[in-house]
Design a protein around this ligand. Structure first.
Ligand code: HOZ
Length: 429
């Protein structure tokens, strides 16, 4: 397999782009080598500029849940394109997508569209503060909620990948109201409340996806919600990854928990840049122009993104692929575990519906600390061998693998063959 054109573009890109990428995870820093440059994608496959084709388990980190270039999504986006790209004024499509989103989340009466998951979460947090009149936010170590100042502490995703404890350029004042708790550990949340009545909310990825996949144990989320209610604090669910992916109503539907504020992104734009935050009526009354919490965006509710979102969610509802995701996820889990056993490699697999990933460790992974026991060198070897055998994975031990409803038996067979080769290679180091 040759990567000559990717190499060439990488060198060229270094001149005017930072690290030749526009998001650090794409830089391949923790797996070595240089990033692949992508030319095109269709269905379950993605093709790089050298013509190498891969089964895609990145799926743009989640949005391409129907596979790439689904014909209905493409048709809807093309149709919208013909009417103009951006108006700085309202369109009917925004109302349609808002209804689909609000209908899916029982505790959401109103929603505001923004342009990214980061924007959704920073607005959701501002809203929690506006509604409660309190300042502090609790986040869990290993959860990643976008790159806003206040939440770039003990974060997963790119920070975990690059082993960064936080970000330079974030003033102390910006994080002084951010408290850290441990995922799956309610006591660590309760402790913060002991001498503090200034906590507005707890934000959580209801299924962790940015420290690798980490699943809430037992009744963790329900107990967390009950506890917060007793304290008059809000639960913010960051469902940027899990919204419409764990279930149509997100991880909240799957786990039977309702958050006060929900943040969304990825799938709701069908691959076009979008994010959203929503809540029940009385909370959303705080948002301008109804209330005094200001948040705005020139490109918010972009008509192409709205069209992509409507088409994606409509098709998703029709396909209802959640059982299929469960089945494929279970098959991949078995493939990974049995192959690891065959080659005597320590491996733990966490999965929930259409998100999964293997950790190269022998420790059960229920929080960030345990996820960090993974052998990232082994992951790097595994990653490149998967690439060489035609499977595109996130270039990080701490990023989830995503499934699309387009995956076929042939794709799964290809993944299984690649896993066998990659696990063998890991066993030789
Ligand atoms: N885990 C990130 C999204 N939630 C990966 C995408 C990125 O940062 O570029």
């Amino acid at each position: 397999m040759k990567f000559n054109k990717s190499e060439k573009l990488y060198k060229k890109g270094l001149k005017n782009l930072v690290g030749a990428v526009n998001s650090p995870v794409r830089a391949f820093s923790s797996v070595g080598g240089n990033p692949l440059f992508i030319k095109k994608a269709k269905g379950t496959k993605i093709t790089d500029v050298d013509g190498n084709e891969y089964v895609d388990l990145v799926l743009s980190y989640g949005p391409m849940i129907l596979g790439h270039r689904h014909k209905k999504v493409e048709k809807a986006a093309k149709k919208a394109l013909k009417n103009g790209y951006s108006f700085g004024a309202s369109t009917e499509a925004e109302i349609k997508l808002a209804k689909i989103v609000c209908d899916a989340f029982p505790n959401m009466d109103k929603v505001r569209f923004v342009n990214s998951g980061t924007e959704a979460v920073l607005s959701g947090i501002r809203l929690a503060r506006a509604y409660t009149g309190k300042d502090k936010i609790i986040k869990f170590s290993g959860c990643y909620h976008g790159h806003q100042d206040a939440l770039l502490v003990a974060a997963g995703s790119g920070l975990a990948t690059l082993s960064l404890p936080g970000s330079k350029g974030v003033p102390e004042g910006a994080v002084k109201n951010t408290l850290i708790a441990e995922y799956n550990n309610l006591e660590s949340v309760k402790k913060h409340f002991e001498n503090d009545d200034n906590i507005a909310a707890v934000i959580i990825e209801p299924i962790g996806g940015n420290m690798g996949v980490v699943i809430p144990q037992n009744n963790f989320l329900k107990e967390l919600k009950d506890f917060l209610e007793s304290k008059g604090a809000l639960l913010i669910a960051d469902e940027v990854m899990t919204g419409f992916r764990s279930k149509f109503g997100g991880a909240q539907e799957l786990l039977g928990v309702t958050a006060d504020i929900t943040c969304l992104g990825k799938v709701i734009g069908g691959g076009f840049p979008v994010g959203a935050y929503g809540a029940r009526e009385e909370i959303m009354q705080e948002v301008a122009p109804l209330g005094g919490m200001y948040q705005a965006g020139t490109l918010s509710g972009n008509p192409i993104a709205m069209a992509g979102g409507i088409a994606t969610l409509t098709e998703l509802k029709k396909q209802n692929p959640y059982e299929k995701f469960e089945e494929i996820g279970a098959i991949l889990e078995v493939i990974l575990l049995e192959t690891a056993k065959k080659y005597n490699v320590d491996l733990v697999v966490n999965r929930f519906g259409s998100m999964l990933n293997p950790f190269f460790t022998n420790v059960e992974v229920t929080n960030f600390e345990q996820a960090q026991t993974s052998d990232t060198q082994k992951f790097a070897v595994f990653f490149w061998e998967m690439i060489k055998n035609g499977v595109f994975l996130p270039p990080s031990q701490f990023e989830a693998w995503f499934l699309s409803s387009a995956l076929s038996d042939k794709d799964i067979q290809k993944i299984a063959n690649a896993v066998d080769k990659a696990m063998y290679k890991v066993s030789t180091i």
